[in-house]
Every structure is written in C-alpha cells, then in structure tokens.
Design a protein around this ligand. Structure first.
Ligand code: HSE
Length: 349
C-alpha cells in the first residue's frame, strides 16, 4: 500500500487523483500499485487528513463544487487544517506528491518540501522544475541517504517520457548530445508566425489557448527551456549546470520578416535547448536556431515538444509529444508512482 499526500492540489494534482481513482483496479492488478490518498494540503483550498484513506471521488467532488477540501465530511479520524510541512512531517503518508505553485527562480516552497520529506524518509514525486534545476545534487543525495524515492518525470515534457525513456531504454549508449523543443508556447508562436501572424497576435493566441502564462516572460525569453536544459544536464549527462550559467536567448525579438526570410530559404526557426558532451565536458544553451525545413525538429509544429538524443550506438533517436496539459502532467506523476512501485518490489521492466 502506498499512502499518498498531495502537497498542492491544483489542476495537475486533481488530474492525478482522478487517474488513480479511474484506474484503481488496473494499477493494482497490473503493477501492484495500491494507492491510497491520505492527505491533501493546499494554500488556497485548505487541508484534510485521514490516516486510513480519503474517498477520492468525494474529495474531488468537494473541491470542484466548493473549492475547499475542508468541506470534506467530518468523521472518525478526519483532521483538517494541517499546513504543508505538518502534512509532510506528521501524517502517515509515505509518498508526497509535490505539486505546489512554486517560484521557479527560487524553487520554493518545493525545495523545502522535498528536503523535509527526504529527511523524514518519505518519497517524493513532483512536476516542479525548481528543485531539480536548482538543487538536484543536494536533493538526490538526501533522498538516497534516507532510502527515499524521488521522481520528477513531468519536469521536462510533462507525460512524454523525456527523462525515463533514455535512462531505461537507451542505456549502454553514450548520449553525446541532446537537443529539443522543450517549450510549447514558443513553438506555437513560431509556427503561427510561419502562417503569417505577427509575434503579438501569436502570443495573444497562445495566452488564450492557455499555453503561455499570464506573464509569459519565462516562456518567450527561453527561461523555461533553460531550466529544462539544466535538468537534462544534471540528470542525463551527469553534470549539474546552474540554470543561470546556461546562455539563453528567447524569441521575443523575432519578427515576421525573419520568419519569412527563413521560409524563403526553405528553413525554419525553432527555439532549441541543447546539451552537448565534448571531450568529457558538458555545455548547455538555449537559443533560436535556423533549421533546414526537412530537419525532424523543424517539422514539429504548434505547442508540441520534441527531443532528440544523439546516441553513439543507436544513432539519433527522437521523441515527440505533449509538453504540458493537466492530464498529461498528471500522467507524468503516475509514471513516477509506477516506477517507485517497481523499484520497491524490484520488478524488472
Ligand atoms: N509554459 C510551458 C510551455 C509549460 O509552454 O511549454 C510547461 O513547462
């Protein structure tokens, strides 16, 4: 039995709760994952804890209808109002699903949440980029020392397995370079500009469709892709690089003329995050690059993400799929939970 506490219960957390509820039988019979949600704590939506398990359907109904999990029915063993630290430290949860609204520049409060969980021997799955981009070495060491699991598949390309796929199935190759379209907003803007829309029009549409944040600076200046490049460097290339040390240029000064000039030369602009290993040294960068129109990455359009691994034995391998979305990001947490269960039972894949 895996006892789960949700720290943060926005759209992504709720999407995972829904998946756990809908696939309960399948997750148990196919993977031995018996997940029980014992606690939820959220800055805006309150907190509820029941050591022998909350009714997920009821929990979701309460949060959807009232916006506050403290409207969950009272009853024997039900406690309300625990904050995130108390939930991590004092409940009987052994798995913390960390999906708070975190400031990616400081990585907080997610970094403190991961730290507290590991110090208490509890495992964490998270979609927050900050802890992995900014504190990978410290937190992975702490998790190891305390026998805890740390999963963060959703930090790069949400439910498209950009992290676990290479670790699990490209093992044995040396990966010499990773490059990818890791930000959906900017790829959407660039491909809209290829259809003749101005940068401003395309950005407005990206906001309307929910790809870009209300303040899209992190997207258009390349910072979001830069955090992801830092994660790839630390996790897949074994060399943590501080994201601030990664040269970064976004697409905010891209004009329709530049896009059209490229098309006339049968080329396309794409914002690429790149991590390279040369003579044992790993470097990373984020910048718009001019690609031949028949380059596989140039063919990636709209908000879709893609990543290409240059492998010394297998050659180039490309993975493409969603880079955001509630269900997709909820699924990324499920991949981690299943991996956790497999590691616990030493099941081979
Ligand atoms: N704003 C991001 C994007 C979402 O556009 O790809 C996931 O980090």
């Amino acid at each position: 039995m895996t006892k789960i506490a949700f720290v943060g219960f926005g759209g992504v957390g709720q999407a995972l709760a829904e998946i756990l509820q809908e696939r309960k039988e399948h997750l148990d019979s196919s993977y031995g994952l018996e997940a029980e949600v014992v606690a939820v704590t959220d800055m805006m939506k309150g907190a509820v804890y029941k050591p022998d398990g909350l009714d997920i359907e009821q929990l979701l109904e309460v949060v959807r209808e009232t916006g506050n999990v403290e409207n969950y029915p009272d009853g024997p063993g039900v406690t309300k109002g625990l904050d995130s630290m108390a939930t991590i430290q004092q409940t009987n949860a052994d798995m913390i699903v960390e999906v708070t609204f975190t400031d990616v520049e400081t990585g907080q409060p997610a970094i403190d949440h991961c730290r507290a969980a590991f110090e208490n021997g509890k495992s964490v799955v998270t979609t927050n980029k900050g802890p992995v981009a900014l504190a990978y070495e410290e937190l992975s060491k702490l998790a190891d020392e305390n026998g805890a699991y740390w999963g963060f598949e959703g930090t790069v390309m949400s439910g498209t397995p950009a992290l676990r796929m290479p670790v699990a199935t490209l093992a044995g190759n040396e990966i010499t370079e990773i490059k990818g379209i890791l930000n959906g907003t900017t790829n959407y803007i660039l491909t809209e500009m290829e259809k003749g829309n101005s940068y401003q029009e395309a950005l407005k549409k990206a906001k309307e469709l929910g790809y870009a944040e209300a303040d899209p600076t992190n997207d258009v200046e390349g910072y979001d892709a830069r955090y992801k490049a830092a994660i790839l460097s630390g996790y897949l290339m074994g060399t943590p690089i501080a994201s601030n040390d990664i040269p970064c240029k976004g697409i905010s000064d891209m004009t329709l003329d530049m896009v059209n000039d490229a098309l006339e030369q049968n080329k396309k602009w794409r914002l690429l995050a790149q991590v390279k290993k040369e003579n044992g040294t790993v470097t990373a960068s984020v910048e718009p690059q001019l690609l031949d129109a028949d380059d596989p990455l140039a063919g990636v359009t709209g908000a879709t993400n893609a990543i290409l691994y240059e492998c010394d034995l297998a050659g180039p391998i490309m993975l493409t799929g969603a880079g955001a979305g509630l269900k997709e990001t909820g699924f990324s947490l499920l991949i981690d939970l299943i991996d956790y269960q497999r590691q616990k039972t030493k099941e081979k894949i």
